[in-house]
Every structure is written in structure tokens, then in C-alpha cells.
Design a protein around this ligand. Structure first.
Ligand code: GLU
Length: 419
């Protein structure tokens, strides 16, 4: 279980940023709780014929800037509070990069590693049906998150479309391209995390070529961040997954490690490397550290031992507020999750726009527009950090301030109704 409840963490981050900009108490209270949450029962016929009952959630945090947007997570540790926290982070994330969405998030408490493809399909379709009243391309648009993927999104799209009676690709993003997905979406979160690391390196005057990179998590985000940084000439010295990590001072061949993982189920056991634990990995000497797994991995217990110069947060919520202060004092350049992993939802936005227009872009255009949005947002966050220099704010505070100002402005313009 996480060391700190992610919802408490999310509320603390909001409080900290609100205090810096002296935000009205009523608005802070308004933003601390989600607009609505739905908890559903998800009964699934397992392959052995028995019925197993799972619990699913969807949280819609704040809809003032547009439809709710955010992934769906399948993981044994999914809880209502985690889903609420993740939906709150989505509100800030969409606002930081200035795309017209509010935050949403969903999840089912299950262990997909122990389920067959057919069981996962039945679970997905039943869960989709259960949360269907919340969904639509104008209302709430899910996407992949931890242990869900384009196939999961295809089942969601199909279930929704069958009920509506016609194909509705815009109800979900991160779909396979054959049914309305976007070129570049699968790599986009990792690409964004790599861009964030590159921009931070530029600020610090570290050339990304030959920079040493350590990555926790070798799922979709970790893999693409590694692959893209390696393409830019960086040296990936360590990667890990839930079973443990591998280290090579000379650098790892990302695709060979990926092949090994696809074959054996883990990065562990890869030839010619040193095996390390996930805890050791976070404390390795390196230029860039990318936590790309789950919440709560950099805490007050280990923050002081982090030796990276830059942290680019591929995961949501990897660093606790206490650890943030320690890292700031140590002078570590932290690119917060709501900026560093926003590449996924930015390309989700492009996918949704393409679906609504029935007009599709090539990968070059997707990547170029993603680059533009992220570099602009990165610069905006850096300039807010400078603006509040006298208050010694962190990059996370700066990103939160940018997001909060946008959300609050929309809230004020729209007003309260009914009152
Ligand atoms: N689950 C991803 C995230 O946390 C993507 C969300 C989306 O594309 O809607 O940002």
C-alpha cells in the first residue's frame, strides 16, 4: 500500500499552491472535492465458469474547462481515493498544457496479470456499461492508464457504439489507429516525458546527448521515454519493473531489453547487467531520473539519497509533498507529473479532435504539435517559478499555479448556477 494516501497528497499540493497565490477559501474547498464519483459493481464470468465480482470507479473532478478526460487503471491497489486523486491531477494536467478538458479518472480493482484476455474483455465491457451514463464524447472521455492499452480502449469504443447503434470513436482515446486512434498516441506520454527531461537539461546546461538516464517502470511510458531519449543519444543506464531493476554503466540497448521483457515477463535476467532493487535504482548517480511506475516512490525516506540532477515524472504522483521540499533544497530540477506526463493527454486531445472531424493527421504532424504544446507549457511553468522567486516555490507549485489560474478563471467566467 502507498505510504501516503494519494488523495491527501493531491489536496496538500492544491493547498500549497492556493496559499502562494492567496486563492479564495471557497474556491479551494470547491476544487478539493470531485464534481461526482461513481462506484460500480463489475461481475465477471471467469473462464472457469464462476462469477467474480470486482469494484470499479469513475471520478469526474472538475468540468469547468470542458469534458472530463482521463485514463482507466486496472490494478489490485485501485481505490476510490486514488481514483479521485488521479482525476484531480488530470484537471491540473489539462489546464497546464491548456487543452479544453476537465479531469476524470477511472479504475477497476483487479489483477490483470492473473486474468485471461477473454476475462479482461468481459470485465471491460461490463465496467463500460456500468459507467455508461457518465460517458460521451462531449461528457467524459476515457483513455489508457496503468495496465490498460489500445485493445482495452477498442472494447470500450465497441461497447459504447453498440449501445448507441453507430460508431462513436470520440468517446475514448488511445484506440488502435484502425478504429479512429491517432498516430503517435502510444508513444506520446513517454515522448512528452523525454521532451520534459530534455528541456530541463537545457536549462541546466546538460547536453541530452550522453546524459545518463535511469528509469523506474518499463511499461508504455518508461519504454518510450527510454527509446526516445536513447534516439537523442542519451545513455539509459538502468531500468526496472515491478520485479526489480537492471543496471549497466555502459548503457542498455532499450529494444533488446524490451524484447527480453516481452519474452520473459520482466527486465530481470537480461544478460551482462547488474541486478538492483527498485529502491536502489531511485538512488543511482545519474543526470535524469524518470519515475514511470506508480505513486509515492520518492518520499521523505529516500529523497535525500536521490542523486539525479533532473527528475521528469512519467508516473502520476511519484513524489510526496515532503520529498518535494527536500529535492528543492538539494537543487534537483523536478519536472512535475502534470507537465512531464501530459504528452499522453495532449495526443489524446489530438485524437479526439481527429475523431470529431473525421480527418486524420500523419505522425509527423502529431509529434510536431505535441512538441510545440509541451515546450510552450514548460516555458510558461519556468517563468512562473521565476515570477514567484521570492516565495521559493517548486516547479510543482509553479505548474499548479498555472493550472489553478486557468481553472479559476474559467470558474469565475462561468459563475455558479443554480445557486
Ligand atoms: N492516463 C493518462 C494520464 O494519466 C492519459 C489520460 C488521457 O489521455 O486522457 O495522463
Amino acid at each position: 500500500m502507498p505510504e501516503q494516501n494519494p488523495y491527501e497528497m493531491a489536496k496538500k499540493q492544491l493547498e500549497d499552491a492556493a496559499e502562494i497565490i492567496e486563492l479564495d477559501r471557497g474556491i479551494v474547498d470547491y476544487l478539493k472535492v470531485p464534481d461526482r464519483v461513481l462506484q460500480v459493481k463489475v461481475p465477471v464470468r471467469m473462464d472457469d465458469g464462476r462469477i467474480k465480482v470486482f469494484t470499479g470507479y469513475r471520478s469526474q473532478h472538475c468540468g469547468v474547462r470542458g469534458p472530463y478526460k482521463g485514463g482507466i487503471r486496472y490494478h489490485p491497489d485501485v481505490t476510490l481515493e486514488e481514483v479521485i486523486a488521479l482525476s484531480m491531477w488530470m484537471t491540473w494536467k489539462c489546464a497546464v498544457v491548456n487543452i479544453p478538458y476537465g479531469g476524470g479518472k477511472g479504475g477497476v480493482a483487479c489483477n490483470p496479470k492473473e486474468m485471461s484476455e477473454a476475462e479482461l474483455e468481459r470485465l471491460t465491457r461490463r465496467y463500460t456499461t456500468a459507467i455508461l451514463p457518465l460517458l460521451s464524447p462531449d461528457r467524459d472521455i476515457p483513455a489508457p492508464d496503468v495496465y490498460t492499452n489500445p485493445q482495452t480502449m477498442a472494447w470500450i469504443m465497441d461497447t459504447y457504439s453498440n449501445i448507441m447503434g453507430y460508431a462513436v470513436p470520440g468517446v475514448v482515446t488511445g484506440k488502435p489507429v484502425e478504429i479512429g486512434g491517432s498516430e503517435g498516441r502510444t508513444a506520446s506520454t513517454g515522448r512528452g516525458t523525454a521532451i520534459a527531461a530534455r528541456e530541463a537539461a537545457e536549462v541546466l546546461g546538460i547536453p541530452i546527448k550522453d546524459a545518463s538516464v535511469v528509469i523506474q517502470g518499463f511499461g508504455n511510458v518508461g519504454y518510450y521515454a527510454a527509446k526516445i531519449l536513447a534516439e537523442w543519444g542519451a545513455k539509459i543506464v538502468a531500468v526496472s519493473d515491478s520485479k526489480g531493476g537492471i543496471y549497466s554503466e555502459a548503457g542498455l540497448d532499450v529494444d533488446e531489453v524490451a524484447q527480453h521483457k516481452a519474452y520473459t515477463g520482466s527486465v530481470i535476467g537480461f544478460d551482462g547487467v547488474e541486478e538492483i532493487t527498485n529502491e536502489e535504482l531511485l538512488e543511482l548517480e545519474c543526470d535524469v531520473l524518470i519515475p514511470a511506475a506508480l505513486e509515492n516512490v520518492i518520499t521523505e525516506r529516500n529523497a535525500d539519497n536521490v542523486k539525479a540532477k533532473i527528475i521528469s515524472e512519467g508516473a502520476n504522483g511519484p513524489t510526496t509533498p515532503e520529498a518535494d521540499r527536500i529535492l528543492e533544497e538539494k537543487g534537483v530540477f523536478v519536472v512535475p507529473d502534470i507537465l512531464a506526463n501530459a504528452g499522453g493527454v495532449v495526443v489524446s486531445y489530438f485524437e479526439w479532435v481527429q475523431d470529431l472531424n473525421r480527418y486524420f493527421w500523419d505522425e509527423e504532424r502529431v509529434n510536431a504539435e505535441l512538441e510545440k504544446v509541451l515546450v510552450r507549457s514548460f516555458k510558461e511553468v519556468v517563468s512562473i517559478k521565476k515570477e514567484y522567486e521570492n516565495k521559493k516555490i517548486t516547479m510543482r507549485d509553479a505548474a499548479m499555479i498555472l493550472a489553478l489560474k486557468r481553472v479559476v478563471k474559467a470558474f469565475e467566467l462561468r459563475g455558479l448556477w443554480p445557486q
